[in-house]
Unconditional design. Structure first.
Length: 153
């Protein structure tokens, strides 16, 4: 038997096996459908979208504080500042309560929840959405108030 022929045969089989393996891997990876996020992931995504806004709340409170006084205009600034502070407190309270109900494995690793914890998660989803809305609306209100004050000067 010719050695060149033997090498060609082996090379063809190796190439064929590699192509088949690649095809199988490609076809199975293409068939994998993305799973929709779990309810826990949805809750955490809302939290994660709002958390960076905490620094903006601090900045806005600092801008409003010198404008807040007992005059009628100052009371409007004071109300906006208090709304921001309440939103910040709401975020901190939500995180503390959530952390008391769920452990790291349940939050970050997808550990299965008991029926009681599933009920709590449904409650927490409502709470986190309400808190996020409070944060966003207080920021929007403060920005608009500060912008209108700048335009008036």
């Amino acid at each position: 038997m010719n050695i060149t022929f033997l090498y060609r045969t082996i090379a063809r089989r190796v190439i064929l096996a590699a192509l088949i393996s690649t095809g199988i891997l490609f076809s199975t990876s293409c068939r994998e459908e993305k799973q929709p996020p779990t309810q826990m992931q949805t809750v955490m995504a809302v939290h994660d979208s709002v958390m960076p806004k905490m620094s903006e709340i601090g900045r806005l409170v600092a801008e409003l504080k010198p404008l807040a006084d007992s005059t009628s205009e100052g009371l409007v600034y004071r109300k906006a500042m208090e709304d921001l502070q309440a939103a910040h407190t709401s975020m901190m309270d939500w995180m503390q309560g959530f952390g008391e109900r769920f452990d790291y494995g349940e939050i970050m690793e997808g550990k299965e929840l008991s029926q009681q914890k599933q009920t709590w998660l449904e409650e927490e989803e409502v709470k986190v959405k309400e808190m996020a809305e409070q944060v966003k609306s207080s920021i929007t209100q403060a920005r608009e108030l500060l912008e209108s004050g700048k335009e008036g000067n």
